[in-house]
Design a protein around this ligand. Structure first.
Ligand code: SF4
Ligand code: F3S
Length: 106
């Protein structure tokens, strides 16, 4: 399955959403996740993210492994998002910040 990682937090560019063939993205206030039960492993979302936040589970950087569980847990709580929208207002600034998982809003 594919996994949205920490880079997405506070950015939420949503370009990934417009290419997913199976509607597996779920949206929270400042982060997006992939439902691992819906993802068909097509990989087309990966190059769409302008900040490289999406990885194949098998290729996750070691410091992002917690996001496997975070995606599964939040996908069960958050609604599906089917259309791309505007990034969060300060996305550009937050894109340069790496340590921000504690900021995920629920
Ligand atoms: Fe959707 Fe394919 Fe990305 Fe999975 S890998 S989230 S199916 S676009
Ligand atoms: Fe997040 Fe990148 Fe999609 S920032 S919303 S994973 S395009």
């Amino acid at each position: 399955t594919f996994v949205v990682t920490e880079a997405c937090v506070q950015c939420k560019y949503t370009d990934c959403v417009s290419v997913c063939p199976v509607e597996c993205f779920h949206e929270g206030p400042n982060f997006l996740v992939i439902d691992p039960d819906t993802c068909i492993d097509c990989g087309v979302c990966v190059p769409e993210c302008p900040i490289g936040a999406i990885y194949d589970e098998a290729d996750l950087p070691p410091d992002q492994l917690a996001f496997i569980d975070i995606n599964a847990r939040l996908a069960a709580e958050w609604p599906v998002i089917v259309a791309a929208g505007e990034p969060l207002p300060e996305a550009e600034r937050w894109a340069a910040i790496t340590d921000k998982r504690a900021l995920i809003e629920n």
